[in-house]
Design a protein around this ligand. Structure first.
Ligand code: HSE
Length: 440
C-alpha cells in the first residue's frame, strides 16, 4: 500500500524530532501501521531554518494553507501553538476533511468544544497525545486502557518546568526567584515563563484529562489555577519536617456534588511514588474503581519524547483511516452525544486537608486561641509543629512559626475561619495556606 502522506505546520524542536524518529524507525513503524507514514510537506514562516531541519526529505513552503489544500495530504500535524492562527488552521484542516494531530493543549483546553464538534461533523479525528505529559501515553491510557473503569480521580505533575523549580528549591534551599533563574539559565524555563509558573499550562492539561476521564466538555474557564510563585523555601522545609513534599498538582476528581478541576501547589506524603518525581519529569496517577491506583511516568517535553506521542497518533489514524468514523475511538473517550453536564465545583466546595503557617507572637495562649477558632468552625487539627522562637528570628526573638495540618474540611469553611484567625492581634503576618493531598 502507498505511504500515507502527512503535512506539518510549524517545524521546530518537536517537528525536527518527528522527522528524526520517523526516519530512524520507519521500518518498525510501517510494520505497526500497516503502511508507510511520510511527511510530504512542511509549512513554516522561517523557510530557511525549516529546510535545514527537513534536509530534502519533504517540500517546504511558507504558506500553511498550501499544505491543507494539497489533495495528497491526509493528516495535518499542527505544531504552531497558541490559540490564534493555530485555531484557524486547525478548523480549516477539519473543514478540508483531513485528520488533525496536535500538541496544542492551550487550543484544546480553551476551544476544544468547537474543534471536536467540527471534527465530529466532518467525520475526521483530532488526536492530541502530545498535548498532555509529552511522551507519556496518558491520553491513550485514559481513553482506551482504562475504558472499563469509572475513574475516580487523577493527580498529575504535568509541568516539567515547575517541577524542576520545586526540586531546586528543596535540594538547594532556594527561594522561588533564585530557582527560576537557575531554571532559565539551564534552559528548563522560558524567558517568559508565565504559563508554566502560574499553573496555566498544567491547567490546560488537567482540563483535557478531566474531559476524557469523566465524559464532560473541556472547560478551562472553570478550572481553579494557582501557580508556584508565592512558595517559599521555608514552607518546603517545614513540609519536609512533617513528612511531605510540595508539588504542583493538576487534580480532577469525581465527588458526590460534581467534579473538581484544580491546579495548585500541594503537600504530598513523601512516601508516595509521585512525591519522588524530581526535576523536569512528569507523572500522572489515575485511580479507577476496577484497576485501583495506576501511575504513568516519563518525559513531559523535549524533541523526541514529544515526537513519540505525535507519531503514535499518526499510527493510530493510519490504522483507522479507512474505518467508518462511528467505529473509531472517540477523541474525548466518550461518544460526543453521550457527554455529561455534571458541574465543575467552585473551590469553596472542594474538600481537602490543609497546611497552615502562622507567624505569631510567642506568648501564652496563642495556640489555644487559634485552636478554639478552628474548633468553633468544626475544623479538626491533625498535627501541630512549633519551632523555638530563637530558630526563627535569632536569639531573643519574640516571634515564631506555628504550623498546623488540618484533617479534611470544606475550603469555604476553612477560609471563613482563617479570616477570624488572621484578625487575632498575635497573628503577625498573612497566613500561608497550602492544600494537602494524601492521594491514598
Ligand atoms: N512547558 C511545558 C512544561 C512543556 O514545562 O512541562 C510542554 O508542555
Amino acid at each position: 500500500m502507498k505511504p500515507i502522506k502527512i503535512g506539518l505546520l510549524g517545524i521546530g524542536t518537536v517537528g525536527g524530532g518527528v522527522f528524526e524518529v520517523l526516519t530512524r524507525n520507519q521500518e518498525e513503524i510501517r510494520r505497526r501501521a500497516g503502511r508507510g507514514i511520510e511527511i510530504a510537506m512542511v509549512a513554516d514562516l522561517n523557510v530557511e531554518r525549516a529546510q535545514q531541519i527537513v534536509a530534502g526529505r519533504a517540500q517546504v513552503v511558507s504558506d500553511a494553507r498550501a499544505v491543507i489544500a494539497n489533495p495528497d495530504i491526509d493528516i495535518v500535524i499542527e505544531l504552531i501553538g497558541g490559540y490564534g492562527i493555530a485555531k484557524q488552521l486547525a478548523l480549516e484542516t477539519i473543514a478540508a476533511g483531513k485528520h488533525l494531530v496536535t500538541a496544542n493543549k492551550a487550543l484544546l483546553a480553551v476551544h476544544g468544544t468547537e474543534i471536536f464538534a467540527a471534527a465530529h461533523a466532518k467525520g475526521v479525528t483530532v488526536a492530541f497525545e502530545a498535548a498532555v505529559a509529552g511522551g507519556v501515553p496518558i491520553i491513550k491510557a485514559l481513553r482506551e486502557g482504562l475504558t472499563a473503569n469509572r475513574i475516580q480521580w487523577i493527580a498529575g505533575i504535568i509541568n516539567g518546568t515547575t517541577n524542576f523549580i520545586l526540586s531546586e528549591m528543596r535540594d538547594k534551599g532556594l527561594d522561588f526567584d533564585a530557582a527560576l533563574k537557575d531554571a532559565q539559565r539551564l534552559g528548563y524555563a522560558e524567558a517568559d515563563p508565565t504559563f508554566d509558573i502560574e499553573g496555566i499550562d498544567a491547567a490546560h492539561k488537567a482540563t483535557i484529562m478531566s474531559a476524557i476521564a469523566f465524559g464532560i466538555p473541556v472547560q478551562f474557564d472553570k478550572a481553579h489555577v494557582e501557580g508556584i510563585t508565592r512558595l517559599t523555601a521555608q514552607d518546603i522545609k517545614y513540609a519536609e519536617q512533617l513528612g511531605y513534599r510540595i508539588k504542583l498538582l493538576g487534580i480532577t476528581k469525581r465527588v458526590a456534588q460534581g467534579i473538581e478541576l484544580r491546579v495548585h501547589p500541594a503537600l504530598v506524603p513523601a512516601r508516595r511514588l509521585i512525591a519522588n518525581v524530581e526535576g523536569a519529569m512528569n507523572a500522572v496517577v489515575v485511580h479507577g474503581d476496577a484497576v485501583g491506583t495506576t501511575l504513568y511516568y516519563g518525559k513531559g517535553a523535549g524533541s523526541e519524547p514529544t515526537a513519540s506521542a505525535v507519531i503514535a497518533d499518526l499510527v493510530d489514524i493510519t490504522r483507522l483511516h479507512t474505518a467508518d468514523p462511528a467505529h473509531r475511538v472517540p477523541s474525548l473517550a466518550f461518544h460526543p452525544d453521550a457527554l455529561s453536564d455534571v458541574r465543575i465545583l467552585p473551590m469553596r466546595d472542594v474538600v481537602t486537608s490543609y497546611y497552615l503557617r502562622l507567624r505569631v507572637a510567642d506568648e501564652t495562649g496563642v495556640l489555644a486561641r487559634v485552636a478554639m477558632l478552628m474548633a468553633d468552625a468544626g475544623i479538626s487539627i491533625d498535627a501541630v509543629l512549633q519551632r523555638e522562637a530563637d530558630e526563627i528570628g535569632g536569639e531573643g526573638s519574640t516571634q515564631t512559626d506555628l504550623i498546623i495540618l488540618t484533617h479534611d474540611t470544606r475550603e469555604g469553611t476553612l477560609d471563613d475561619a482563617l479570616v477570624k484567625v488572621q484578625a487575632l492581634p498575635s497573628v503577625l503576618a498573612p497566613i500561608v495556606r497550602l492544600r494537602k493531598e494524601e492521594l491514598a
